[in-house]
Design a protein around this ligand. Sequence first.
Ligand code: NAD
Length: 334
Amino acid sequence: MTSKLRIAFIGAGRMANLHAGLITLEPDVQIVAAADIDAARAEAFAAKWGGAVFTDHRAMLEQTPLDAVYICTPTTQHAAIGLDCLEFGVALYVEKPLDLDLRTAQRFVEAAEARHVLAMTGFQWRYSEGYRRAEELIGDDPIALVNLRWYWTRPPIRWMWDRTLAGGQIVDQNIHLIDVGAGLAGEITTVYAAYNARQTNHEPEFQNWDGYALTLHFSRGAVGQCAGTYALFPEIQLEPAADFALRDRLVRITDKRVQLYTPGGVETWQNTEPLHRGVNRAFIAAVRTGDRSYIRTPLRAGLVSTATVLAANRSAQTGAPINVAAFLAAESAA
Ligand SMILES: NC(=O)c1ccc[n+]([C@@H]2O[C@H](COP(=O)([O-])OP(=O)(O)OC[C@H]3O[C@@H](n4cnc5c(N)ncnc54)[C@H](O)[C@@H]3O)[C@@H](O)[C@H]2O)c1
């Protein structure tokens, strides 16, 4: 008889509930605990998905035998909580971005690697059917231009209105497209950014930029752009998109499909499952089998993409282009 995987959540808010709903579709998975500093959140989570309730993640880790933990707290706590988890030998699914503090993030990644912990960053796009098809469509062919676009509104979760907590739209949201771009066109080597500070939104709680424009260089030779905004409205019908221009063809990935534009017309492949399904299936399969080849986004990939978006913030603040590798090295040593 297969024993059930014992899974717990730290942070029992929106993303924890989304992941819980998807892992319970996988066979032989049991949610055994949730820790949230807000007891009501932890209790509501447990009422829905089962398991014991904690308000302190360390108490949960000490008292509960676990195979894996999802870290779904606000971003500024990911790395510190991740370091706590390493003491308990559990596999880790860490929500993106890895953290806003690159030094702690780097310490966490190095400690996890030294202990050979199975640990990943939650970049769900890379596990989608559309992304995997795009890998085949692009292969190693030269890419001329990458264009990343995510138009959105004020985030539904209020702490994300504060750039000191969520990092702004590039860090919190466009990081997914940055990671898709890096996955298909090679790492981003330099970034230059200009941001628009609260030009359209003067609500006191909105302590953020509302327009974002990046210029990028990719290691495989492409140049790129990334545009984001918090100025619009939730119902906007423009899907977030990553465009890749190659010789005589364009590959467009969205959260719902991939398209190939050629002189012969447009071919479309729709995703057949929700965007977060593949990443959760892969994590559970990796934990069950110990086979790390299921993991496309190890913690280090998360660290690099996180460094890239934080480098964009630095560029917007200083007005200078930033070399991402040098920025990561300097911030990690700071
Ligand atoms: N992958 C994605 O598509 C995606 C989408 C949205 C958010 N996120 C990321 O997921 C993370 C969580 O976002 P969310 O939307 O679920 O936020 P949320 O506010 O709904 O949930 C966060 C929960 O963490 C709890 N919490 C805070 N500090 C804690 C601590 N020290 N210990 C335990 N619990 C604590 C809060 O009480 C809250 O219930 C963020 O890092 C965010 O950037 C990822």
